[in-house]
Design a protein around this ligand. Sequence first.
Ligand SMILES: [Zn+2]
Length: 190
Amino acid sequence: MKPSHDIFHAKGFGKVAPWVDLANSEEWDGFGKLTDHLANRLWLATLLKHWKLHSRLPKQVPRRELLRLRALLRRAAEKFAAGRSLSRAELSKLNRALKVPARQRLVENQNGFRAELVPLKRGWNWVIARIAASLGEMLQNRGAERIKTCANSGCRWVFYDTTKARTKCWCNDRTCGNRARVRRARSAHR
Ligand SMILES: [Zn+2]
């Protein structure tokens, strides 16, 4: 078996933002088969390490909170992909996830000064807040219109469309895109 961090990267996680990875942790293979990566401790540990959310996986995993956040992030992605926005209730849920006491600290390194947020307490609440904040940062940077979900209904992978005209429809042109082309060609043939 491949080490979990290889699977993490081979599957396309770790590219855009922590919130995208959590939304995609419920992975449909394009034919309707589901893999729940959130149930995999190694996947979760890799997520935390890759995004520097936590140095190692704490023993107790607040599965219910993570599932709740994932459902919210998935809904947000579907809405933005459809050109809509969050409801007031969804926004306040997101704000609840963000509500973790932290203080600011100024640090200096070779690139100059940088202000960073330091949590009063490290733990799952902070991890959840950081994941939610990664969506907040994307929205603040006018990223909402680039959030898409794969047009293959058996896939729905969340991705960030970096094409200039925002025309990307599939998570991957060779898999989902190709399947759609084959399907179109077949129905045209008939
Ligand atoms: Zn896809």
